[in-house]
Structures are given as C-alpha cells and as structure tokens.
Design a binder for this molecule. Structure first.
Ligand SMILES: [Zn+2]
Length: 287
C-alpha cells in the first residue's frame, strides 16, 4: 500500500475542538529529504512513499476552536507550487503543492474573517502560504487575525540572505505577519489551553504547541520538529531542511520524552496518512 495524505479529521480535547484542514502535499525525494537515513524513511511498515517512491507529506492547517476563539496553527502552502531546493542538480528533489485551505475551511462552515489568531510553528513557505491570498497583495487573508511566532523566528527571516531562500516567506507575507505580531517563549499561553514549547533547530524560532484537555490529557503539535513518524522512532534522523541539525536532534529527543508521558497524544501536521498518529484517548474517554 502506498502513502496517502491525511484527510480532514478531528479530535476533541477537553474544551478544544481540533481539526486538520488539508491544503496540499509535499512530494520529496527520500534521498534528498533524509540523506543520511534514507533506509529508515523507506521502512515499508511506515508507508511513507507514494507510487513513484517519493516521500508524501501532508500539508495544511490545524483549526483549534476554544470556547472563545477560532485559531489556526500554520496556514499551508497557499495557491502555488514551490520546488524543493536540491543541492544536486541531477536529483529532482520534489515539489510542494497547495491551494485547498480556504475550501477546507468553508467545508466546516467557516470564513477567513472568523479566524481570531494564527499561530505559526515557523515561517517556512509551506506554513505561511495563506497569510496573503496571493503574491500581489499585502492584504491579509485572515483580516481579524493576530499572529504568534516563536521568539527569534521573525528576525531570522528578516535578514536578506534568509529572505532570498526558496523556502522563505514572501515579502508580502512577512509584512502582514509583522503588522500584528506577538512573540512566543516557552510557557506562554496565547489562549487558554494552548501553550508554546520552543523546539529550535529546524528553524531558530521553531515552536511546538501543547494543547491541554481535562486532567492530564494533552496533545503536542510537533510542527516541523518532526516531519514523519519515522522521526519519532529515530529522533537522530535529520530532515534536509533542518537549519541547525544538532539543535533539531536535541529538540526531537526532548519531544519524544514529552510525547511518552501518560495521556499525551501526538499531532504531526506533516505526517503521512493521519496527523493524529496516536489517539490515547478521545472525547468522553480517559483510556
Ligand atoms: Zn513544513
């Protein structure tokens, strides 16, 4: 069986409704994505590869509805296709293709102006894609949203050498984020039930989010600290885009420790097949 992208799916966590809203997919050559650990990515048990032998990653947003706010975590690729940078011109590294997010939002009865906040795990292109509706405007797709970013992330992408990267936010997206930006440090709670956990390495200000339910129930949105379930099993694996591999490995090991605590579910927004790979509990159940 070959890999499939995660469907629109939901889970209940205490007062929070958490729903995955698909935007598109990443298809990446496994040799380029995991140059030192490609054999682990090709583990057939994990079903990470599509019919052409490319790694298939889900891309989208998480909608988190609290009793008082509607929040997106990340915003997908947007209406565009972005080639994945390749260090080897002979290797077709892959492509990121998006465009479905607003349709996914409409399918659950919401409009862009219903969104109160956008929490950004980091500012790579496949996470800020819908900050603006296209590349010709600095109009915000989500006009009522505040933006929350891990401390250090915004300044990093403001440096010209980084802004020139293929995976950088567009100047328009960057401008909109900067217009209503709040920085997050570990332990900050931008909304009740949502806590920031800095997990640097993939990018300098990468942040994961701990969602709290009742009692000890919680789920951790790992963002790009983990791209596939293989990285949970093998936290020393480095995705090619991890800007600081040593820090990324340290963050992954720390996350694996957090994820192993009782009552903790994993939410992997890029994971293949499902973004909820563990469901230790569901609505109305403590098991
Ligand atoms: Zn990503």
């Amino acid at each position: 069986m070959t890999a499939t992208p995660a469907p629109g799916e939901a889970m209940r966590l205490g007062d929070l409704n958490v729903r995955y809203l698909p935007d598109g997919v990443i298809r990446a050559h496994p040799l380029q994505a995991y140059p030192e650990h490609v054999h682990l990515a090709r583990d057939s048990e994990l079903k990470l590869l599509d019919e052409d032998g490319m790694l298939l990653l889900s891309v989208g947003a998480l909608l988190v509805e609290t009793p008082v706010a509607r929040i997106l975590i990340d915003t997908g690729i947007g209406p565009r296709a972005i080639p994945i940078p390749s260090p080897d011109p002979a290797l077709a590294a892959g492509v990121m293709t998006g465009g479905q997010l607003l349709d996914s939002l409409a399918a659950v009865g919401l409009r862009p102006d219903d969104i109160d906040a956008v929490l950004l795990s980091h500012l790579h292109a496949d996470h800020v894609g819908w900050i603006t509706p296209d590349d010709d405007t600095t109009r915000a797709t989500f006009p009522n949203a505040e933006y929350f970013v891990g401390v250090g992330e915004f300044d990093f992408w403001g440096q010209p050498a980084n802004m020139a990267r293929l995976t950088a936010p567009t100047p328009q997206q960057y401008s909109v984020i900067g217009s209503r930006r709040h920085d997050l440090r570990t332990g900050d709670q931008p909304y009740q039930g949502i806590e920031a956990l800095l997990t640097p390495g993939h990018t300098p200000g990468h942040v994961s989010f701990v969602l709290s339910g009742y009692g000890t129930q919680r789920a951790i949105v790992v963002g790009d600290a983990m791209h596939t379930a293989a990285e949970i099993l093998h936290p020393d694996m480095c995705w090619t885009g991890d800007l600081d591999p040593r820090a990324a490995v340290a963050s992954r090991h720390a996350l694996v420790g957090e994820l192993s605590r009782p009552g903790t579910a994993t939410i992997g927004p890029h994971f293949t097949g499902t973004v909820f790979p563990t469901r230790a509990w569901r609505s109305g159940s403590d098991t």
